[in-house]
Design a protein around this ligand. Structure first.
Ligand SMILES: [Zn+2]
Ligand SMILES: [Zn+2]
Length: 343
């Protein structure tokens, strides 16, 4: 089969590659669409230590089942499916509690680090265990399905925040995850839903997707302005989808006393936080990692049209054009959101 392989930092090539082995509980999927994730773009220069060459990246994918292992019960060749990016063991204490994203032996498709190497879906075929595979509705396009993983990340953060319908929420960072989170908050009838970003174009997209008021992150006193629009108190919840020093501080300083800040972005490995603000205003800070089985719900929301991902797809291109698209994304070309490759 053909696969896009990362040979060395920033060196991608389309090569002939051995087809994956299909274990007893595995489903072999012919990949129809696979999205390029921000983590692939950040990782492919070697800086994150999670894309150690040689590696076939790609974990946001969908396709058609072509073969199943002898122990597989729920799928058969011809099924249209997507799959979780995270492979969990189903046996450790975390998995048994349903916290599959925190599994003791968690592996992410298309990732290689010191502990493991798991080839991903920038290839004609990928094999994954049955328990992370989900059926797609008949008319659900594969390109759209490649965004379910991103939707699930927004969904997981909203769920663990414990937000109640009607709460005021601000999303800091209107990139892919932020824009999806805004739509999920709107669906939950949160009000107002506010958005902050440094890019006016992204803010206009945020308004289009349901943010009632948006704020340019480069302006001064963002926290004060967010308070003014929420009865002088500040939003009940902040969702931080960037992970930089200034955006984390903005999230902390903007929520009301007793408010909750859910941290999704982690661009910087360390930031300094205003500790006294967190303590004296009794804030809750939560980290949110990937997702924990929210795929089914996300598919439903997307099918209902409550979450629109089509406007976030910048390009759909053949797998062989992958190296050029990685370069453009790595060069932070303006206006690019999700690029999907088709093997
Ligand atoms: Zn991803
Ligand atoms: Zn586990």
């Amino acid at each position: 089969m053909q696969a896009l392989i990362l040979d060395a930092p920033k060196q991608l090539r389309l090569v002939e590659f051995p087809e994956p082995e299909v274990g007893a509980q595995d489903v072999l999927i012919q990949v129809k669409a696979c999205g390029i994730c921000g983590s692939d773009v950040h990782g492919y220069d070697g800086s994150t230590g999670r894309r150690i060459p040689p590696l076939v990246m790609g974990h946001e994918a969908a396709g058609e089942v072509v073969k199943v292992g002898p122990a597989v019960r729920s799928f058969k060749p011809g099924d249209r499916v997507t799959f979780d990016s995270t492979i969990s063991c189903r046996a450790c204490q975390f998995c048994l509690r349903g916290e599959v994203n925190l599994c003791d032996s968690r592996q992410v498709l298309g990732v290689s680090c010191v502990d493991y190497r798991r080839h991903g879906a920038f290839a004609d075929f990928v094999a994954v265990p049955e328990h992370i595979v989900y059926t797609l509705p008949a008319s659900f396009p594969y390109e759209r399905a490649a965004l379910i993983e991103a939707v699930s990340i927004g969904m997981h953060s909203v769920k663990i925040s414990g937000i109640a319908p009607g709460s005021a929420a601000v999303v800091i960072g209107a990139g892919m995850i932020g824009l999806l989170t805004i739509q999920i908050l709107r669906y939950l009838a949160c009000s107002p839903v506010l958005a902050v970003d440094v890019d006016e174009e992204r803010l206009s997209l945020a308004r289009q997707l349901g943010a009632e008021h948006t704020f340019l992150g480069t302006d001064n006193d963002i926290a004060e302005r967010l308070k003014r629009i929420t009865n002088g108190q500040g939003p009940d919840y902040a969702f931080e989808a960037v992970g930089s020093q200034s955006s984390v501080v903005t999230a902390i300083e903007s929520v009301r006393r007793g408010g909750t800040v859910t941290l999704i972005g982690n661009l910087a490995s360390k930031v300094e936080i205003p500790l006294q603000t967190v303590v004296t205003r009794q804030l809750r800070l939560l980290g949110s990692c990937a997702s924990a089985g929210e795929y089914r719900e996300c598919i439903d929301l997307m099918e209902k049209g409550a979450v629109n991902v089509d406007c976030l797809i910048s390009a759909v291109a053949p797998l062989r054009d992958g190296p050029a698209w990685f370069e453009r994304l790595y060069g932070r070309e303006r206006g690019l959101m999700k690029v999907i490759l088709e093997p």
